[in-house]
Design a protein around this ligand. Sequence first.
Ligand SMILES: *Cc1c(COP(=O)(O)O)cnc(C)c1O
Length: 422
Amino acid sequence: MTHQPALSALSATDPEIAGLVEDEARRQHDKIRLIASENYVSPAVLEATGTVLTNKYSEGYAGKRYYEGQQVVDKVETLAIERAKALFGVDHANVQPYSGSPANLAVYLAFAQPGDTILGMALPDGGHLTHGWTVSATGKWFNAVRYGVLKETGRVDLDQVRDLAREHRPKLIFAGGTAIPRTIDFPAFAEIAREVGAVLVADIAHIAGLVAGGAHPSPVGHAQVITTTTHKTLRGPRGAMILTDAEHAKAVDKAVFPGLQGGPHNHTTAAIAVALGEAARPGFRDYAHGVVANARALAEALLERGFDLVSGGTDNHLLLVDLTNKRIGGKPAAQALDRAGIELNYNTVPFDPRKPFDPSGIRLGTAAITTRGLRPEHQPRIAEWIDRTVTAAAGGDEPAVERVAAEVRELLAGYPMPGYTV
Ligand SMILES: *Cc1c(COP(=O)(O)O)cnc(C)c1O
């Protein structure tokens, strides 16, 4: 079993690193990967990231660069931009942000001044660090006001969003987050933003693939600015994009370069273009809807086993499970599940009485297992394995955890992993 593309030069030059890459490929092959922000990229995306494009400096934008020799890179970046515009139906795309966090920082730089008020979702309720959370630069340099979810429903409290927006008149409002299992109501956010004269930023880092594949409503036409990573459900390389209407395009471009970044990562840009090309094909719609179908099936199977899901279920790729009634913390549960071959992360749940490094919940997502070819009929088994592992961990029964790991490996042997040949 080897990494694909093969690592022949790397193995010869640096067997230590080559060995570690092979170990990681094997690990990814042997795990049911339920980390909601992860995926498996295609061999084509992997190949694009490993090209000579990494050798080139290209500060600026196509036709307006600061170094010579951009004949090819200009074409690559233009292709990525045109594909992003067509896929999402937007006026403008910037494909240079190094990742999701710098993309959001560029939006602050474009539309706010230090000390200005911004409104974002609180991290413990499902927001992202860069939406103004305390420990983030965005929370230190801006006056961040935070909304959350309703205790009874686990869903975003839009009345609170409206009240806070009216009271604080933020420059920016962020819609989106990292642990939101339900459809984001972009029209409702847009109405609030319009009323108070704020720029609405839809951060679709998690759901971009679902939006592209028609499995989640699009923020286009509601949010003036859309930020996204390219490596989560969108299934591209680690990177990000900022999509805007024509009016906000120039400010965003200036903020990314020269405001925040130097030279773009051209090998990543090429891989983003490849991923966007893949996302425009009909099979990607099947994938996106398959991700949601798998999440629904997994939610149902977990509910049947008495698991407590925040908001009672899911509309997208993501589930948030409160383990309080299973008498185990999120961290020991996540660690036991990893030993059982089920990889996910411990997570706070809204109104969590426990500490962030030892919270009450776990977060699960179905993008990677859908790419791998698992379907709704597999979800009851995964739920059973989760249940058995959590019970075993709570009772200190390590052999039971190991029995699950063996069953997981056996199932996965029938589902090849992109980037690895058996
Ligand atoms: C993942 C994520 C980001 C940040 O992406 P990085 O690439 O990890 O910097 C930003 N916003 C949201 C909502 C995310 O889920």
